[in-house]
Design a protein around this ligand. Structure first.
Ligand SMILES: [Zn+2]
Length: 434
């Protein structure tokens, strides 16, 4: 596979470190001058920009948090005058006010490079037809992938999300070779393609799926249904959007675009940087962003970093797929539960159930309840009640062994759980309503 910017993506580690140091010093200085909140936090720590001489001083710097974006809504953290901001994006999140991010022209170009590196890593080039089935709009998914596909010179098919029948018709008629969307929508498209019986007519070779966590089993299911190689892409709008890190053909972790973002792994409770390879909260510092830069931003994603040389030739560090978000984590009867753990159990059950499920957390008599509803496959739907009960029992047992928690498991009829065309709503926590 071609490497889009080999001179950067395969840079010797020493040189990456040197480049990061120069850029960090530049960023800290300009943020100190232009971003009031950052200046205040530096002053509180008794730090001046000149105290930061390189990446080795990174851990001295103050953290930044999602709450900062809400407190300084909408433009209070921007580091350039508004006339230099050429685009804004926003994300609603599940609670509270939306957050707003801004990009200068140079920021937009660097973002396009991030996504071009990803598309290239999946075999994409000017001969590719890239169908963008992420939502366009304030959400960074659609336009982020769009600009990357344009940068690489591909033919862009900007379908946006929704209207599944037409998506698939477009995919077949226009000869899409690369699909970009959320993994849950890829799964949904895969099912619809099976129903329409058009899998043989697809020219798809690869898919780039991000914006929500997904498991290796789900990857296998998508690859099978769509007949493609499925790549994971990571990003968050606070840092850039999709393409902060990207997967190569090895599919063993996502290369972080380290010429633009410095990753760290910290203990989420103490804030201490953890030794190499350990799992903890992922923190990013943006060292090239002009419009809306962030120093040591707490992503709340839990993962680890792998500095071993990758077989693909890229030298950028790889981050493992986040195992969950510390703020999406559910606490049920005192146990930490990531929805992805339940998903993994379901996917391991195999053919009797589908990966369409919903987790309902409630409270009865002051005790948390955990209900898992899973769609059964057509095959078992036709079976007798007894075999359905057997599968329910099996799932229940495995959830207990993985989480140490009892759950009520119900198999529901095929296609009865509501489908989503954007991010799947997997968890309903009714405890928050009381
Ligand atoms: Zn690689």
């Amino acid at each position: 596979m071609a490497i889009y910017q080999k001179h950067i993506e395969c840079m010797p580690r020493q040189e990456i470190k040197k480049l990061q140091s120069e850029r960090l010093v530049w960023q800290v200085k300009r943020m100190y001058e232009n971003v009031e909140l950052f200046r205040q936090r530096m002053d509180e720590k008794g730090l001046k920009p000149e105290d930061i001489k390189g990446v080795e001083d990174l851990s001295k710097l103050p953290f930044s948090y999602k709450q900062d974006l809400r407190d300084y809504y909408p433009y209070g953290l921007f580091a350039v005058p508004m006339k230099e901001i050429k685009r804004v994006h926003a994300s609603s999140g599940t609670t509270g006010k939306q957050i707003v991010v801004g990009y200068t022209q140079k920021d937009l170009e660097m973002w396009a490079d991030c996504m071009a590196r990803q598309i290239s890593a999946t075999g994409g080039d000017e001969n590719s037809f890239v169908q963008i089935s992420y939502g366009y709009g304030l959400f960074t998914g659609g336009l982020g992938a769009h600009d990357g596909a344009t940068r690489i010179g591909a033919t862009v098919i900007p379908t946006s999300s929704g209207n599944t029948q037409r998506q698939i018709q477009t995919m077949v008629d226009f000869g899409s070779t690369i699909l970009c969307c959320t993994p849950s929508y890829a799964m949904y498209l895969g099912e619809a393609i099976e129903e329409m019986g058009v899998k043989d007519k697809l020219k798809l070779k690869a898919g780039i799926f991000g914006a929500e966590p997904w498991t290796e089993d789900m990857r296998a299911a998508i690859e099978e249904k769509l007949g493609i190689k499925a790549y994971d892409v990571y990003g968050l709008s606070e840092i850039m959007g999709p393409g902060v890190s990207y997967e190569c053909e090895e599919q063993k972790g996502m290369h972080v675009n380290e010429d633009m973002f410095i990753p760290e792994i910290i203990d989420p409770d103490t804030g201490e940087v953890l030794p190499e390879g350990e799992s903890g909260e992922l923190v990013f510092t943006t060292i090239t962003k002009e419009g809306f830069p962030l120093i040591r931003y707490r992503t709340r994603d839990i993962c680890s970093l792998n500095y071993e040389q990758c077989k693909c030739g890229r030298t950028f560090v790889r981050m493992n797929k986040p195992t969950g978000r510390s703020d999406d984590m559910l606490i049920i009867r005192g146990v930490n539960v990531f929805p992805s753990q339940i998903e993994e159990v379901l996917l391991r059950i195999g053919g009797d159930v589908t990966p369409n499920y919903q987790i309902i957390v409630g409270r009865e008599n002051n005790t948390d309840t955990l209900d898992v509803q899973v769609e059964m496959s057509d095959k078992i739907f036709a079976d007798d009640v007894k075999s359905i009960e057997l599968v329910e029992r099996k799932i229940k047992d495995q959830i207990r062994s993985v989480l140490g928690l009892g759950a009520k498991v119900t198999l529901v009829a095929p296609k009865t759980i509501q489908r989503s065309e954007g991010k799947a709503k997997r968890v309903i926590d009714t405890r928050k309503l009381h």
